[in-house]
Design a protein around this ligand. Structure first.
Ligand code: 5GP
Length: 260
């Protein structure tokens, strides 16, 4: 039996050639990295949960008219997606100060921003994904002005939708990262949402306790990352209710209940 061709291996995912031209299989790993891969580890079961969460979010976004690369989930760790030409920009949307903006500008973590901010980072591991302005993106031709218009308006729509979706399950969407890609139809291209949306690339805080339910648990050595990711999936209705605590997430209690 021939092995399928691997197209790309990233920090958290592998892309394989898909069954039809123009498709890829996106495989979700349990590997976790932080600080430009200086910190490495694994979060047990993360790939399975992120595959489900990303399927759910992308499906809901497609229902409000956001074009995405997602086609369908294939199994626990894989989904079929459209092949895109990745635009080398990470789009970060912030509602509340945290992480790098707090560090860079001295804004206390948790302070709501006067309005939603969109930032752009150039995807380049060797350079540590530096922040760039729209002028740099145009100047170096990473995306056209028209594409940037589409990207920023989609980013705002995704944010509006996700803020509401998470608020409904008592989670504050602090910030998150999106990636976009181009698909070609003859000489014409259009931009669609690509990559994944999961607790790996979002800051998600419990609305009541402020407990972090995202990759910051790994980045900051807080522990309980498996339970946190599961809790997000559970609140989204993607896991069977296991009789654990529901409304207010208490990690210590949760771990005790699970005998950890
Ligand atoms: P910050 O700039 O504060 O480090 O990150 C802002 C948001 O974007 C956070 O939700 C973070 O998870 C996400 N983010 C930024 N860069 C990356 C990245 O390279 N990988 C992942 N998974 N998320 C990122």
């Amino acid at each position: 039996m021939s092995r399928r061709r691997q197209i790309y291996e990233g920090k958290a995912k592998i892309l394989y050639e898909g069954p039809e031209p123009g498709t890829l299989i996106q495989y979700f790993k349990d590997d976790a990295t932080a600080f430009n891969a200086q910190k490495k580890g694994t979060i047990n079961g993360k790939g399975v949960i992120n595959n489900r969460i990303s399927e759910y979010v992308f499906t809901r976004l497609s229902h409000i008219g956001i074009p995405t690369h997602f086609i369908r989930r294939l199994n626990m760790r894989e989904q079929l997606v459209r092949q895109v030409e990745i635009i080398p920009i990470e789009v970060v949307i912030r509602n509340v100060a945290a992480g790098s903006i707090s560090k860079r500008l001295g804004i206390p973590e948790g302070e709501p921003l006067p309005h939603t901010l969109i930032e752009y980072y150039y995807k380049d591991d060797a350079l540590g994904d530096p922040m760039v302005a729209e002028e740099h993106i145009a100047c170096f031709g990473w995306a056209s002005n028209e594409e940037m218009q589409d990207i920023s308006s989609m980013a705002i729509r995704v944010n509006d939708f996700m803020v509401g979706m998470f608020a409904a399950i008592n989670i504050r969407l602090v910030d998150f990262k999106l990636e976009f890609g181009r698909i070609w139809d003859g000489d014409y291209s259009r931009v669609i949402l690509a990559d994944e949306i999961s607790p790996d690339g979002c800051r998600l805080w419990d609305m009541i306790t402020g407990e972090k339910l995202d990759k910051d648990r790994f980045r900051r050595d807080l522990g309980g990352e498996e339970e946190a990711y599961q809790e997000v999936a559970r609140r989204l209705g993607l896991l069977e209710n296991d009789g654990g605590p529901s409304e207010v997430f208490d990690l210590t209690k949760h771990r005790k209940l699970r005998g950890k």
